[in-house]
Design a protein around this ligand. Structure first.
Ligand code: PLP
Length: 348
């Protein structure tokens, strides 16, 4: 049994709690009714997010999921088809909002660890015809979540964008972890976002804010998104209290992501050393990666139970389990996690 008082939560980077600086900024935030007059703190956050992503404008939204749904709503008409990866978060984990609210049909293509193949995307496009379901939008995800935290590099996004342009289609990026891609690649965000009409990112994941996301794009698209956000019940009043934490997240959370990437790499290297074949450290690029549970000689549930006794939380995936690092996990915590895994070797 562990003597640590803090659990080490490897389930997701959404579990991070707001820092002192965020709580202070929230307390001190200047606020107003955002739907009537514009909340000054929300406006500041929106200006910052637009600047950081190289887009003209941005909109503060409740969650990454809302940002993605707004991205679909502003770029399509009901009845159109949206092309996206078959393991994309937008397809698997957003409760069918694309169909139920945007009224669009999803057309999935293989999600090669998060990479869409431009030829497969092109083959999925249906030409416009009076009787046909026509394609309206292509969605990409960067970094990819269920692809294992992979960075889809700008050169590859350019290839998908070329296909989109040839068929006059819009592009949306689920950039929930866009800044992980930015930090891991060392390239500015604009290099990624220049290829898409809209990009949604989360303030509440590795950036550490308690809440919220941003939808970024042209002034015209963001203007349309405001009205759809209202429809979804996402028009907020004195939202500066929440936006203030988002500002601190953007100011202090981006460069720090490099620590999460280093910790994920350290964990992957340590695990691969102990349990050959359990993961490939070479492909660990950011703060998420998958382990292959059979390599540990236990089931996903047994592994989760064993770690829980040591004060370490994971989701019991099987045969694939995702591990996530974030600002509440230190390099010393990774040593403790590796020690807990050593306990499995002793059991053998
Ligand atoms: C978490 C996540 C989302 C949704 O964000 P929420 O803020 O949890 O709604 C969207 N896309 C990806 C890739 C994610 O990992």
């Amino acid at each position: 049994m562990s003597t640590r008082t803090q659990v080490i939560d490897l389930r997701s980077d959404t579990v991070t709690k707001p820092t002192e600086a965020m709580r202070r900024a929230m307390y001190e935030a200047e606020v107003a009714d955002d739907t009537y007059d514009g909340d000054p703190t929300v406006i500041r956050l929106q200006e910052m997010a637009a600047e950081k992503t190289g887009k003209e404008a941005s909109l503060f939204v409740v969650s990454g999921t809302m940002g993605n749904l707004l991205g679909v709503l502003v770029n399509t008409h009901p009845g159109q088809e949206v092309i996206l990866g078959d393991q994309a978060h937008q397809f698997l984990w957003e409760v069918g909002g694309i169909a139920r609210i945007a009224g669009c049909v999803t057309h999935t293509v293989p999600f090669h660890r998060g990479w869409l193949d431009p030829a497969e995307v092109e083959a999925a496009i249906r030409p416009a015809a009076r009787e046909a379901t026509t394609t309206g939008l292509i969605c990409v995800e960067d970094t990819s979540n269920f692809g294992g935290g992979t960075v889809i590099p700008p050169e590859h996004l350019a290839k998908i964008c070329n296909v989109a342009k040839r068929y006059d289609l819009s592009m949306h990026m689920d950039g929930a972890r866009l800044f992980n891609a930015v930090v891991a690649s060392g390239q500015p965000a604009e290099n990624f976002t220049q290829y898409v009409d809209t990009v949604a990112f989360c303030l509440s994941k590795g950036l550490g804010a308690p809440f919220g996301g941003m939808l970024c794009g042209s002034k015209e698209l963001v203007e349309r998104a405001i009205s759809f956000r209202q429809m979804l019940g996402g028009g907020m009043r004195q939202a500066g209290v929440m936006a203030a934490a988002g500002i601190v997240a953007l100011e202090t959370g981006i460069d720090r992501l490099a620590e999460d990437h280093a910790n994920a790499k350290k964990l992957a290297l340590g695990l691969a050393d102990r349990f050959p074949g359990c993961c490939d450290p070479d492909i660990v690029e950011t703060n998420l990666f998958h382990i292959h549970v059979p390599a540990f000689g236990v089931s996903g549930q047994e592994l989760a139970d064993h770690l829980a006794k040591e004060g370490i939380l994971v989701f019991p995936g099987d045969p694939r389990m995702r591990l996530a690092t974030h600002c509440m996990i230190s390099s010393e915590d990774i040593d403790a996690v590796l020690n807990a895994f050593d306990g499995l070797l002793e059991r053998r």
